[in-house]
Design a protein around this ligand. Structure first.
Ligand code: NAP
Length: 528
């Protein structure tokens, strides 16, 4: 019998193993893939890289690690992130407690024994006092049920399940469906290789330049001179990163147009998410948001030479409402003679044929299909498992109307189960590595406290849970987030309940709340 069984060996599972094992707990990680790395193992499409600067998208728990690891670029590429995960696994001797190629298919709570009984696809079984789900909120690829998809004669790739051998697009006529973060990264690269590329866009994306390049040695040295201080300052930021830049002291509408544009221009030149942090009210005031959105539309019109294509690329929803894309040459790609943009917002993809697809009654021909159609976010990874809590309650039934949870970590009826960076937490709006470290540290303390108190189980009360979900939705109502169809709302998956899932209140307030709950003897939880 284990103290803790951890599902997933991505950034979450690796740190959970290190932390909980260092507390003297017996812990084991089960990982479906043949490698550690999680998201960075699966998402290996051309151009895949992180959208938060690597000096911030990295572990802070070990000073020697953060001092010694050197990132080669501002925004690390997928292979470098995978090397980092592998280095962490070796450095902290994690591999001896990780079982690869082991997909967890079931986890049942045994009430009499107060234990979780876990089973894998190859018929093995484990029991554990606690389960940490570290399977990632974006790990279940969404393949739309396009009629005729199976009849397509050429290869079909999904951005989130990319082959491990190189794909040669040379001389191919390629179609990409989707224009989210994954598509925005892969489109410019495929366009350079393919004979023709047709992009099928349902919703235009806001993309800001990454200005990626080699990591500036002077900046790296400056941050490393006080890395702990840098991390602490980041933890006080709403997003948990970006502390080197402060927002303008005035709200957007109190600043005159030339000054406002100068601020936006400055952030555009810096690149990445910094644009959304230029003013404090971009994500909370629709009028302020529209000024920022119009600034980006102006950039699109200045980059894309064909005015009709530029207009099709201009998004109409609030900026930041869907996760902002961070790009390298995305809009410029539409100036290429071999690239065509097809708007499917009014005429959805009707069906796939052996040699292409039909939309708006028109036949589009291609021989290679790339689906960059995203994920069944937050709930998909858990509901795929035969996960049952008290009284055999299945997580699919529990979450039928939306993912009930408390503190973005726990679920009533599922004792001793912790869902890392899950719905109800700020993970989607922060650097997820920071969010992971925060959750794992909280779980570590919680288990220590339970053991010291002699409690066998902990789970939230139904009241605490419903109040938390209400709070998450009330906070979202004060922002621009409910005003578009995003994966935050489950709106990208047909039939999924439209509930705002992540917590938009900012990391510092969330961390304070989690700390207060612990200080108050785990208020809102029931211990037995
Ligand atoms: P996504 O943002 O959900 O984008 C999926 C795209 O596919 C959207 O453009 C969507 O259109 C389109 N789509 C889905 N179903 C469709 C259908 N039936 N017909 C036509 N179009 C359809 O997924 P993603 O790009 O994989 O990104 C998901 C998240 O992963 C990101 O928001 C980000 O958090 C993370 N990510 C980060 C990076 C990075 O830069 N580090 C890279 C990739 C992913 P609609 O918008 O109309 O739904």
């Amino acid at each position: 019998m284990l103290d803790v069984l951890i599902v997933g060996a991505g950034f979450g599972g690796l740190y959970a193993l290190h932390k909980l094992r260092s507390q003297g707990l017996s812990a084991l990680v089960l990982e479906a893939a043949p490698s550690v790395g999680g998201t960075w193992w699966a998402n290996r499409y051309p151009g895949a890289r992180v959208d938060i600067q690597s000096l911030e998208y990295s572990y802070s728990f070990s000073e020697p690690l953060q001092q010694q690891w050197h990132w080669s670029e501002r925004y690390a590429s997928q292979p470098e992130l995978l090397r980092y995960a592998s280095h962490v696994a070796d450095r902290f001797e994690l591999r001896r407690d990780i079982r690869l190629n082991t997909r967890v298919t079931k986890a049942h709570f045994d009430e009499a024994a107060a234990l979780w009984r876990i089973g894998s696809d190859d018929g093995r079984h484990w029991s554990a006092r606690f389960v940490v789900m570290a399977i990632g909120p974006l790990s279940t690829p969404n393949t739309p049920a396009f009629e005729g998809l199976e009849s397509f004669a050429g290869p079909v790739f999904h951005s989130a399940a990319w082959p491990h051998e190189p794909v040669d697009f040379g001389g191919r006529d390629v179609a990409v469906v989707g224009t989210g973060s994954s598509a925005v990264q892969l489109i410019p690269i495929i366009a350079e290789q393919a004979r023709t590329l047709t992009v099928f866009q349902r919703t235009a994306a806001y993309a800001v330049p990454a200005h990626n390049g080699p990591l500036d040695a002077e900046r790296e040295a400056r941050i490393k001179a006080d890395y702990a201080g840098f991390r602490a300052r980041n933890r006080r930021m709403r997003a948990g990163f970006g502390s080197e830049l402060s927002p303008h002291p005035k709200p957007t509408l109190e600043v005159n147009a030339p000054e406002r544009d100068a601020v936006f221009e400055q952030r555009w030149a810096i690149g990445g998410f910094s644009l959304l942090g230029a003013f404090v009210d971009t994500l909370t005031d629709m009028r302020a948001n529209e000024l920022c959105a119009e600034f980006v539309r102006g950039k699109i019109r200045s980059i894309v030479r064909d005015p009709a294509v530029a207009e099709r690329l201009c998004p109409t929803h609030p900026i930041g409402c869907k996760r902002l894309c961070v790009d390298s040459g995305y809009y410029e790609t539409y100036n290429r003679a071999n690239v065509t943009l097809v708007d499917v917002s009014e005429h959805p993809i009707e069906h796939i044929t052996p040699g292409g697809l039909v939309t708006g009654g028109r036949d589009h021909r291609f021989d290679t299909l790339v689906l960059a159609t995203g994920f069944d976010a937050f709930t998909g990874p858990l509901t795929r498992i035969d996960l049952r809590g008290r009284d055999g309650l299945h997580i699919r039934d529990k979450w039928r109307g939306g993912p009930l949870n408390y503190l973005g970590l726990t679920v009533a009826g599922f004792p001793n189960l912790f869902n890392l960076v899950g719905p109800g937490s700020t993970s989607a709006f922060t650097s997820v590595v920071l969010a992971i470290e925060h959750h794992v540290d909280w779980i570590g303390e919680c288990i220590q406290w339970l053991d010291a108190q002699g409690h066998r189980t902990i789970e939230p009360s139904s009241e605490a849970e419903s109040q938390w979900v209400q709070r998450v939705n009330q906070i979202a109502e004060q922002t621009v987030y409910p005003h578009c169809n995003s994966w935050y709302l489950g709106a990208n998956i047909p039939g999924k309940p439209r509930i705002f899932m992540p917590l938009a209140g900012g990391f510092p307030a969330y961390a304070d709340r989690c700390a207060a709950v612990a200080r108050e003897g785990y208020a809102g939880f029931v211990m037995r």
